[in-house]
Design a protein around this ligand. Structure first.
Ligand SMILES: Cc1ncc(COP(=O)(O)O)c(C=O)c1O
Length: 343
Protein backbone atom coordinates (compact mmCIF):
# COMPACT_ATOMS: atom_id res chain seq x y z
CA UNK A 1 0.00 0.00 0.00
CA UNK A 2 1.30 3.46 -0.86
CA UNK A 3 1.73 5.69 2.18
CA UNK A 4 0.65 9.30 1.71
CA UNK A 5 2.43 11.12 4.51
CA UNK A 6 0.66 14.41 5.19
CA UNK A 7 1.82 14.79 8.80
CA UNK A 8 4.25 17.61 8.05
CA UNK A 9 6.34 19.24 5.33
CA UNK A 10 9.37 18.16 7.37
CA UNK A 11 9.05 14.50 6.29
CA UNK A 12 10.54 15.01 2.81
CA UNK A 13 13.65 13.07 1.80
CA UNK A 14 16.34 14.50 -0.47
CA UNK A 15 16.01 13.47 -4.10
CA UNK A 16 18.83 12.62 -6.47
CA UNK A 17 19.66 16.22 -7.46
CA UNK A 18 19.91 17.35 -3.86
CA UNK A 19 21.94 14.30 -2.85
CA UNK A 20 24.35 14.95 -5.72
CA UNK A 21 24.78 18.54 -4.63
CA UNK A 22 25.52 17.33 -1.09
CA UNK A 23 27.97 14.64 -2.23
CA UNK A 24 29.97 17.13 -4.27
CA UNK A 25 29.97 20.01 -1.79
CA UNK A 26 33.27 21.73 -1.09
CA UNK A 27 33.73 21.74 2.66
CA UNK A 28 35.98 23.05 5.43
CA UNK A 29 35.73 23.68 9.15
CA UNK A 30 32.86 26.12 9.60
CA UNK A 31 33.81 26.89 13.21
CA UNK A 32 36.93 28.50 11.67
CA UNK A 33 34.65 30.15 9.07
CA UNK A 34 36.35 28.02 6.41
CA UNK A 35 33.48 26.07 4.92
CA UNK A 36 32.99 27.55 1.42
CA UNK A 37 29.54 26.03 0.85
CA UNK A 38 28.18 27.23 4.20
CA UNK A 39 29.62 30.67 3.47
CA UNK A 40 27.97 30.58 0.05
CA UNK A 41 24.56 29.64 1.52
CA UNK A 42 24.83 32.44 4.08
CA UNK A 43 25.82 34.93 1.35
CA UNK A 44 22.93 33.82 -0.90
CA UNK A 45 20.46 34.34 1.97
CA UNK A 46 21.79 37.69 3.15
CA UNK A 47 21.93 38.96 -0.47
CA UNK A 48 18.46 37.71 -1.33
CA UNK A 49 16.90 39.20 1.79
CA UNK A 50 19.09 42.32 1.81
CA UNK A 51 20.51 41.74 5.27
CA UNK A 52 24.11 42.42 6.24
CA UNK A 53 24.77 38.87 7.39
CA UNK A 54 23.36 35.36 7.84
CA UNK A 55 24.11 32.29 9.94
CA UNK A 56 23.43 28.63 9.13
CA UNK A 57 21.82 26.87 12.10
CA UNK A 58 20.92 23.21 12.65
CA UNK A 59 17.18 23.83 13.21
CA UNK A 60 14.43 26.41 13.14
CA UNK A 61 14.06 26.10 16.88
CA UNK A 62 17.70 26.95 17.43
CA UNK A 63 17.57 29.88 15.00
CA UNK A 64 14.53 31.34 16.81
CA UNK A 65 16.02 30.74 20.24
CA UNK A 66 19.31 32.37 19.25
CA UNK A 67 17.44 35.41 17.96
CA UNK A 68 15.42 35.71 21.17
CA UNK A 69 18.56 35.34 23.29
CA UNK A 70 20.43 38.02 21.34
CA UNK A 71 17.52 40.48 21.37
CA UNK A 72 16.61 40.15 25.06
CA UNK A 73 18.07 40.10 28.56
CA UNK A 74 16.83 38.03 31.53
CA UNK A 75 13.70 39.61 33.00
CA UNK A 76 12.55 41.07 29.67
CA UNK A 77 9.23 40.21 28.09
CA UNK A 78 8.62 38.79 24.62
CA UNK A 79 5.33 39.55 22.88
CA UNK A 80 4.11 36.88 20.46
CA UNK A 81 0.94 35.36 19.07
CA UNK A 82 -1.02 32.90 21.20
CA UNK A 83 -0.49 30.19 18.58
CA UNK A 84 3.19 30.84 17.99
CA UNK A 85 5.77 28.09 17.61
CA UNK A 86 8.27 29.89 19.84
CA UNK A 87 5.75 29.62 22.67
CA UNK A 88 4.08 26.25 22.08
CA UNK A 89 6.70 24.06 20.49
CA UNK A 90 10.19 25.12 21.54
CA UNK A 91 10.19 23.39 24.91
CA UNK A 92 9.77 26.56 26.96
CA UNK A 93 13.06 27.75 25.48
CA UNK A 94 12.24 31.45 25.88
CA UNK A 95 12.43 31.11 29.66
CA UNK A 96 15.06 28.35 29.67
CA UNK A 97 17.53 29.98 27.30
CA UNK A 98 16.83 33.67 27.72
CA UNK A 99 15.21 34.03 31.16
CA UNK A 100 12.49 36.09 29.52
CA UNK A 101 8.75 35.96 30.12
CA UNK A 102 6.11 35.80 27.42
CA UNK A 103 3.04 37.93 26.76
CA UNK A 104 0.65 36.15 24.43
CA UNK A 105 -1.43 38.21 22.02
CA UNK A 106 -4.61 36.50 20.89
CA UNK A 107 -5.31 36.96 17.25
CA UNK A 108 -6.92 35.79 14.07
CA UNK A 109 -5.31 32.39 13.45
CA UNK A 110 -2.07 33.56 14.99
CA UNK A 111 -2.14 37.09 13.54
CA UNK A 112 -2.33 39.99 15.97
CA UNK A 113 -2.51 43.72 15.23
CA UNK A 114 -0.24 46.71 15.79
CA UNK A 115 -2.90 48.07 18.13
CA UNK A 116 -2.63 44.95 20.31
CA UNK A 117 1.13 45.41 20.41
CA UNK A 118 0.77 49.02 21.62
CA UNK A 119 -1.81 48.00 24.22
CA UNK A 120 0.49 45.33 25.63
CA UNK A 121 3.72 47.27 25.98
CA UNK A 122 4.67 47.98 29.58
CA UNK A 123 5.65 51.40 30.82
CA UNK A 124 9.44 51.25 31.09
CA UNK A 125 9.40 53.56 34.08
CA UNK A 126 7.19 51.18 36.07
CA UNK A 127 9.64 49.05 38.05
CA UNK A 128 6.93 46.45 38.77
CA UNK A 129 6.66 45.30 35.15
CA UNK A 130 9.06 43.40 32.95
CA UNK A 131 10.59 45.38 30.12
CA UNK A 132 8.78 44.73 26.83
CA UNK A 133 11.73 44.07 24.53
CA UNK A 134 10.85 41.93 21.55
CA UNK A 135 7.91 41.11 19.28
CA UNK A 136 7.93 37.77 17.44
CA UNK A 137 5.77 37.23 14.37
CA UNK A 138 5.28 33.86 12.63
CA UNK A 139 4.55 33.93 8.87
CA UNK A 140 2.95 31.69 7.81
CA UNK A 141 1.55 30.65 11.17
CA UNK A 142 1.68 26.89 11.55
CA UNK A 143 -0.90 26.44 14.31
CA UNK A 144 -3.01 29.11 12.59
CA UNK A 145 -3.39 26.71 9.64
CA UNK A 146 -0.71 28.25 7.43
CA UNK A 147 -2.26 31.70 7.78
CA UNK A 148 -0.53 34.49 5.88
CA UNK A 149 -0.04 37.90 7.46
CA UNK A 150 -1.19 41.11 5.77
CA UNK A 151 2.09 42.84 4.90
CA UNK A 152 0.62 46.27 5.70
CA UNK A 153 -0.15 45.15 9.24
CA UNK A 154 3.44 43.95 9.58
CA UNK A 155 4.62 47.41 8.52
CA UNK A 156 2.38 48.97 11.17
CA UNK A 157 3.73 46.56 13.81
CA UNK A 158 7.27 47.47 12.82
CA UNK A 159 6.47 51.19 13.20
CA UNK A 160 5.03 50.63 16.66
CA UNK A 161 8.00 48.47 17.63
CA UNK A 162 10.38 51.20 16.47
CA UNK A 163 8.49 53.91 18.36
CA UNK A 164 8.73 51.91 21.61
CA UNK A 165 12.29 50.66 21.18
CA UNK A 166 11.23 47.03 20.70
CA UNK A 167 13.03 44.58 18.42
CA UNK A 168 11.06 42.61 15.83
CA UNK A 169 11.87 39.00 14.91
CA UNK A 170 10.18 36.94 12.20
CA UNK A 171 9.84 33.18 12.56
CA UNK A 172 9.89 32.64 8.81
CA UNK A 173 9.96 28.86 8.90
CA UNK A 174 7.48 29.01 6.00
CA UNK A 175 8.17 32.54 4.75
CA UNK A 176 8.55 31.33 1.16
CA UNK A 177 5.03 29.90 1.38
CA UNK A 178 3.76 33.31 2.51
CA UNK A 179 5.62 35.10 -0.32
CA UNK A 180 4.20 32.61 -2.82
CA UNK A 181 0.69 33.51 -1.68
CA UNK A 182 0.85 37.30 -1.55
CA UNK A 183 3.68 38.15 -3.94
CA UNK A 184 5.78 39.92 -1.30
CA UNK A 185 9.53 39.81 -1.88
CA UNK A 186 12.41 38.87 0.46
CA UNK A 187 13.64 42.47 0.65
CA UNK A 188 10.21 43.61 1.91
CA UNK A 189 10.91 41.71 5.11
CA UNK A 190 14.37 43.03 5.89
CA UNK A 191 12.86 46.52 5.68
CA UNK A 192 10.78 45.82 8.76
CA UNK A 193 12.29 42.93 10.74
CA UNK A 194 15.49 43.11 12.81
CA UNK A 195 15.97 39.39 12.24
CA UNK A 196 14.45 36.50 10.34
CA UNK A 197 14.79 32.74 10.78
CA UNK A 198 14.14 30.85 7.58
CA UNK A 199 13.71 27.05 7.46
CA UNK A 200 15.25 25.07 4.63
CA UNK A 201 13.89 21.78 5.96
CA UNK A 202 10.15 22.43 5.57
CA UNK A 203 8.51 23.37 2.26
CA UNK A 204 11.92 23.74 0.62
CA UNK A 205 12.74 20.07 1.22
CA UNK A 206 16.30 20.16 2.64
CA UNK A 207 17.06 17.50 5.25
CA UNK A 208 18.39 19.89 7.88
CA UNK A 209 18.91 23.54 8.50
CA UNK A 210 17.65 27.05 9.04
CA UNK A 211 19.25 30.37 8.30
CA UNK A 212 19.15 33.29 10.70
CA UNK A 213 19.57 36.76 9.17
CA UNK A 214 20.15 40.24 10.53
CA UNK A 215 22.71 42.99 10.95
CA UNK A 216 26.46 42.23 11.18
CA UNK A 217 26.41 43.02 14.86
CA UNK A 218 23.37 40.76 15.46
CA UNK A 219 24.96 37.82 13.61
CA UNK A 220 28.27 38.37 15.42
CA UNK A 221 26.41 37.89 18.71
CA UNK A 222 24.35 35.03 17.25
CA UNK A 223 27.52 33.08 16.37
CA UNK A 224 28.50 33.09 20.04
CA UNK A 225 25.04 31.94 21.18
CA UNK A 226 24.94 29.20 18.52
CA UNK A 227 28.27 27.98 19.89
CA UNK A 228 27.09 27.89 23.49
CA UNK A 229 23.95 26.01 22.46
CA UNK A 230 26.14 23.41 20.78
CA UNK A 231 25.04 24.36 17.28
CA UNK A 232 28.42 25.28 15.78
CA UNK A 233 29.09 22.67 13.09
CA UNK A 234 32.25 21.60 11.29
CA UNK A 235 31.96 20.39 7.66
CA UNK A 236 28.43 21.77 7.48
CA UNK A 237 28.82 22.41 3.75
CA UNK A 238 27.35 18.97 3.02
CA UNK A 239 24.12 20.24 4.59
CA UNK A 240 24.41 23.80 3.31
CA UNK A 241 24.66 22.37 -0.23
CA UNK A 242 21.21 20.85 0.24
CA UNK A 243 19.97 24.28 1.32
CA UNK A 244 21.44 26.00 -1.73
CA UNK A 245 19.89 23.35 -3.97
CA UNK A 246 16.53 23.83 -2.21
CA UNK A 247 16.60 27.60 -2.66
CA UNK A 248 17.42 27.22 -6.36
CA UNK A 249 15.01 24.43 -7.19
CA UNK A 250 12.19 24.15 -4.70
CA UNK A 251 10.74 27.63 -4.28
CA UNK A 252 8.74 28.00 -7.51
CA UNK A 253 6.96 24.70 -6.97
CA UNK A 254 5.42 25.77 -3.62
CA UNK A 255 2.40 27.02 -5.54
CA UNK A 256 1.60 23.38 -6.33
CA UNK A 257 1.63 22.48 -2.62
CA UNK A 258 -0.88 25.26 -2.05
CA UNK A 259 -3.12 23.99 -4.87
CA UNK A 260 -2.96 20.51 -3.36
CA UNK A 261 -3.90 21.83 0.08
CA UNK A 262 -6.87 23.70 -1.41
CA UNK A 263 -8.11 20.50 -3.09
CA UNK A 264 -7.80 18.57 0.19
CA UNK A 265 -9.63 21.31 2.13
CA UNK A 266 -12.50 21.41 -0.38
CA UNK A 267 -12.90 17.64 -0.38
CA UNK A 268 -12.80 17.33 3.41
CA UNK A 269 -15.32 20.12 3.93
CA UNK A 270 -17.93 18.10 2.04
CA UNK A 271 -17.31 14.88 3.99
CA UNK A 272 -20.01 13.52 6.32
CA UNK A 273 -17.59 13.27 9.28
CA UNK A 274 -16.18 16.80 9.00
CA UNK A 275 -17.34 19.56 11.36
CA UNK A 276 -15.21 22.40 10.01
CA UNK A 277 -12.20 23.11 7.81
CA UNK A 278 -10.15 26.21 8.55
CA UNK A 279 -9.62 28.45 5.52
CA UNK A 280 -6.74 27.05 3.46
CA UNK A 281 -4.23 29.81 2.68
CA UNK A 282 -1.01 27.95 1.94
CA UNK A 283 0.14 24.34 2.43
CA UNK A 284 -1.61 23.50 5.71
CA UNK A 285 -5.13 22.15 6.20
CA UNK A 286 -6.60 22.09 9.70
CA UNK A 287 -9.97 20.42 10.19
CA UNK A 288 -12.24 19.36 13.02
CA UNK A 289 -14.22 16.15 12.98
CA UNK A 290 -17.71 15.84 14.48
CA UNK A 291 -17.65 15.62 18.29
CA UNK A 292 -19.25 12.18 18.58
CA UNK A 293 -16.59 10.53 16.37
CA UNK A 294 -13.80 8.71 18.19
CA UNK A 295 -10.63 10.58 17.15
CA UNK A 296 -8.35 7.55 17.64
CA UNK A 297 -10.63 5.46 15.44
CA UNK A 298 -10.69 8.23 12.82
CA UNK A 299 -6.87 8.50 12.71
CA UNK A 300 -6.54 4.71 12.52
CA UNK A 301 -9.09 4.48 9.74
CA UNK A 302 -7.04 6.99 7.74
CA UNK A 303 -3.82 5.19 8.57
CA UNK A 304 -5.13 1.82 7.47
CA UNK A 305 -5.98 3.46 4.14
CA UNK A 306 -2.43 4.79 3.83
CA UNK A 307 -3.05 8.42 4.91
CA UNK A 308 -0.94 9.84 7.73
CA UNK A 309 -2.04 13.03 9.46
CA UNK A 310 -1.17 14.90 12.68
CA UNK A 311 -3.42 15.28 15.67
CA UNK A 312 -3.62 19.01 16.43
CA UNK A 313 -6.01 19.28 19.39
CA UNK A 314 -9.24 17.66 20.55
CA UNK A 315 -11.00 16.37 17.41
CA UNK A 316 -8.65 18.53 15.33
CA UNK A 317 -6.24 17.23 12.70
CA UNK A 318 -3.60 18.78 10.44
CA UNK A 319 -2.51 17.87 6.93
CA UNK A 320 0.51 19.47 5.28
CA UNK A 321 1.33 19.22 1.58
CA UNK A 322 4.94 19.11 0.43
CA UNK A 323 7.57 18.17 -2.12
CA UNK A 324 7.06 14.41 -1.79
CA UNK A 325 3.31 14.61 -2.44
CA UNK A 326 2.21 14.69 -6.08
CA UNK A 327 -1.19 15.33 -7.64
CA UNK A 328 -1.95 11.61 -8.02
CA UNK A 329 -1.42 11.16 -4.26
CA UNK A 330 -3.76 14.06 -3.55
CA UNK A 331 -6.42 12.48 -5.76
CA UNK A 332 -5.95 9.18 -3.98
CA UNK A 333 -6.19 10.87 -0.57
CA UNK A 334 -9.41 12.61 -1.66
CA UNK A 335 -10.88 9.26 -2.71
CA UNK A 336 -10.09 7.88 0.74
CA UNK A 337 -11.62 10.90 2.49
CA UNK A 338 -14.78 10.58 0.40
CA UNK A 339 -15.01 6.85 1.01
CA UNK A 340 -14.67 6.97 4.80
CA UNK A 341 -17.93 6.83 6.70
CA UNK A 342 -17.79 7.48 10.46
CA UNK A 343 -20.77 6.73 12.71
C1 LIG B 1 6.62 27.96 12.42
C2 LIG B 1 7.75 27.09 12.87
N1 LIG B 1 8.84 27.66 13.40
C3 LIG B 1 9.90 26.94 13.80
C4 LIG B 1 9.90 25.57 13.66
C5 LIG B 1 11.09 24.79 14.19
O1 LIG B 1 11.80 24.15 13.21
P1 LIG B 1 12.72 22.87 13.59
O2 LIG B 1 11.79 21.71 13.59
O3 LIG B 1 13.72 22.85 12.47
O4 LIG B 1 13.33 23.13 14.90
C6 LIG B 1 8.80 24.92 13.11
C7 LIG B 1 8.79 23.45 12.97
O5 LIG B 1 7.83 22.84 12.59
C8 LIG B 1 7.68 25.70 12.70
O6 LIG B 1 6.59 25.15 12.18
Amino acid sequence: MQIIDLRSDTVTKPGEGMLNAMMHARVGDDVYGEDPTTNELQAICSDTFCYEAALFCPSGTMANQIAIKVHTRPGDEVLCGDLSHVYHYEGGGISFNSGASVRLLSGDRGRFTSRQVVENIHDRDDIHSPISRLVVVENTCNKGGGSVWDYNELVRISKVAGQHDLKLHLDGARLFNAMTVDGTKPADYSLIFDSISLCLSKGLGAPIGSVLMGSKDFIHKAIRVRKLLGGAMRQSGFLAAAGIYALKNNVDRLVLDHEHATILGKTISSCQWCEKVEPVESNIVIFRIKDHIDEGLFANTLKSSGILCSKFGPSVFRLVTHLDIDTAMIQQACQVFNRIKME
